[in-house]
Design a protein around this ligand. Structure first.
Ligand code: 3H9
Length: 643
């Protein structure tokens, strides 16, 4: 049953029950359509409370329907019908009222929200604009400024803020249904406010819109929906309601059929599928209460911060007291940064720090359920760490390495109970980056693997399982991408032209700028180690630069030159001179051709990873690139983009 009606005296309570998230599929739209008519005809009913069963209020349109033509009743008409109902409707919101869910709530005469609830219009994150009057009713409810922020960012707001903005009428705690019924009863004693569609809206001047457009275009980097949403909001502020709704609907239908929306839907479902892989269905993860991190450098501190964010007490182990202090300092710097950016209060930052103990004494590891090693990338050093962990930890504690390039099988060699060993490859900064590559060794138990995924979920990360090869999924593709970029330069494409083309494609930075920022020496050291171990690693252009002392921004130059204190890349004569002998003139390439070459190379490497069984699914590769390497989200990832 998708919708049921029961009564509390003269108040009808309509409960939507459409698991998992009460999405507005055709069946639910039809059921609500019929309910409005039935309650209008029922003389005993004076007001209606609309509430949802399960974990959330209506979370939006049913995204699975977006691949096919829309079926009636259409949502805009349903929202109008609720607004025009003979009795006032009160939306009772718990969980999230998102997209079409919030549009339905705006069709109601009142909105009451639990204090833990949020409301929002996340459509732009799916490459579309709200399609059932979200851009038209929101400015009438909360003003143009709030509407522009809500719609063009796609970020939901918590109930308290929603109340302050006028998006909801009351915030309650305790029993939502009872509170909403009480609210409805009280509302009947007063004159009703006008329906949202009939409320006035104050339109800002042209200059204001220009400023918004510039700011949004700067952030969007080729993404269409936020700017199209801004256009809708402007029409909504300047034109009559019906005209604005028609404009919004046309924009919605246009974008719904776009490549960008298809790409973003692909990621929407890939992200959700990644968290709960089918091959681990039914395998219970181990409970992880207490965690430890070995190594308090940038990576270790970032991992510890992520664990603290998820509420776990953390033990940080370093090799001496001074390093332990430095580790704590790194952690404090992370939380202080969060306070500066307004993400945490000073008290919350202190609470995060209070949950960390740092030291050198392995006996602190005795009750840890999970230990993550994040020490220097050196096989001997890591092996020694795991030998210590084998002595200090419980036999059932999960032991993880954060290696990015070493072979985890070699790290685990000789470890007793190797079923508990796993690779957990975080990306720097580990408390920010969403990607977690999960790398089991042949001995890793299914339970340990499932626990890795459960950990990722609890940290809000996107987990992707990777097999063992040099660089796993992400760094192996990165290597191929860089090699292809160098190949273009060798054939005469200017370094700056490659970077500009990739920025135009949607990356924040091109491959050479990114190397200058991160340091060319990191990959150089790995290549040198492989050469020392007898592997045949051809010389790269990057090697020539590093040997000449050009390691990137930190040395004042790499692929580019940098003026002191300025991060703007300047074409470098020194680089040109160093590489001159390796560059042959070639055909001039367009931006599109450059991007096609580089993203095509990524997709080819992805196909090889699939063929070798290193990656399990093509969508996993897309997730790795989008969440770990800055691939533009609205392109869907290299595999999706390659078709
Ligand atoms: C829209 O509304 C357009 C309108 O303006 C105009 C229309 C005309 N549809 O995220 P979870 C599935 S656009 C279909 O893990 P949580 C999801 O795939 C829409 N399915 O749960 C997963 O399935 P499975 C605007 C959906 O508790 C399951 O539900 N709305 C939808 O962590 C659980 O999902 C949004 O963009 C959907 N809309 O978080 C809201 N949503 O179990 C998107 C979820 O098979 N949803 N599923 O893997 C969310 O943000 C989160 O699901 C929510 C709950 C916060 C609600």
């Amino acid at each position: 049953m998708t919708v049921r009606i029961d009564r509390d005296g003269e108040i009808a309570v309509v409960t939507v029950d459409n698991p998992p998230v009460n999405a507005l599929g055709q069946v639910l739209r039809q059921a609500l359509w019929d309910v409005v008519g039935a309650l209008d005809r029922d003389a005993c009913v004076r007001a209606v409370v609309l509430i949802c069963a399960g974990r959330t209020f209506i979370a939006g349109a049913d995204v699975t329907e977006f691949g096919s033509p829309p079926l009636p009743p259409h949502l805009p008409e349903l929202v109008d019908r609720i607004e025009a109902a003979a009795k006032p409707w009160v939306a009772a919101i718990h969980g999230s009222a998102l997209g079409g869910g919030f549009e339905v709530a705006m069709g109601c005469r009142f909105r009451v929200a639990l204090e833990s609830a949020s409301v929002g219009l996340p459509e732009v994150t799916l490459g579309i604009v709200p399609g059932a009057s979200g851009t038209v009713r929101t400015p009438r409810l909360a003003g143009v400024e709030a509407a522009v922020e809500l719609v063009t960012s796609g970020r939901p707001v918590k109930a308290g803020k929603a109340l302050a903005l006028g998006l909801v009428d009351a915030v309650v705690s305790g029993n939502l249904r009872a509170e909403a019924v009480t609210f409805a009863r009280a509302a009947l004693t007063r004159p009703l406010p006008p329906p949202v569609s009939a409320r006035p809206v104050t339109a800002p001047g042209a200059d204001w819109w220009d400023i918004q457009r510039q700011a949004i275009a700067g952030r969007a980097r080729g993404e269409l929906a936020p700017l199209r949403a801004l256009d809708c909001l402007r029409v909504a502020a300047e034109r009559p309601f019906a005209e604005a709704v028609a404009h919004e609907r046309a924009t919605f239908l246009d974008l719904r059929a776009s490549d960008q929306a298809a790409a973003l839907r692909h990621l929407f479902f890939a992200e959700r599928a990644a968290a709960r892989p089918a091959h681990l269905a039914g395998i219970e993860p181990r409970p992880l209460r207490k965690a430890a991190v070995i190594g308090g450098g940038t990576m270790g501190a970032g991992i510890a911060a992520a664990l603290r964010e998820a509420g776990r007490p953390v033990v940080l182990i370093e090799r001496d007291a001074e390093a332990a202090e430095r580790g704590l300092g790194n952690l404090r710097a992370i939380f202080d940064g969060a306070v500066r950016r307004g993400r945490l209060t000073a008290a919350q930052a202190q609470e995060r720090m209070d949950g960390v103990t740092a030291g050198i004494d392995d006996s602190r590891l005795a009750d840890a359920d999970l230990v993550i090693e994040a020490v220097f990338e050196d096989l001997a050093v890591k092996r020694e760490v795991f030998a210590r962990l084998a002595r200090a930890c419980r036999a059932d504690a999960i032991l993880a390495t954060n290696t990015s390039y070493l072979d985890p099988r070699q790290i685990a060699e000789g470890l007793p109970e190797p079923g508990r060993f796993i690779g957990l490859h975080f990306f720097s900064p580990a408390h920010v980056m969403k990607l977690l590559e999960i790398v089991p060794i042949p001995a890793t138990s299914a339970e340990t693997l499932a626990t890795g995924f459960a950990l990722a979920r609890s940290l809000g990360k996107i987990p992707v399982q990777a097999g063992i090869c040099e660089g796993f999924i992400g760094n192996r593709i990165l290597k191929r991408y860089r090699a292809e970029a160098e190949a273009l330069v060798r054939r005469g494409t200017p370094i700056a032209a490659v970077d500009a083309a990739m920025r135009r494609y949607g990356f924040a930075m091109g491959p050479f700028e990114a190397q200058d920022l991160g340091g060319l020496d990191i990959a150089f050291v790995q290549r040198e180690a492989a050469r020392a171990a007898g592997k045949d690693v051809p010389e790269t252009l990057g090697d020539i630069l590093v040997r000449a002392g050009r390691k990137g921004q930190k040395t004042g130059g790499g692929w580019y030159d940098y003026a002191p204190g300025d991060r703007t890349p300047q074409p470098s004569e020194a680089t040109a001179a160093l590489l001159a002998g390796r560059i042959a003139p070639g055909p001039a390439l367009t931006d599109d051709a450059i991007a096609a070459r580089l993203t095509g190379a990524m997709a080819d490497e992805g196909k090889a990873l699939l063929a070798e069984g290193i990656a399990r699914k093509s969508s996993d590769i897309d997730l790795v690139e989008v969440h770990g390497y800055g691939f533009p989200r609205w392109r869907g990832g290299p595999m999706f983009a390659a078709g």
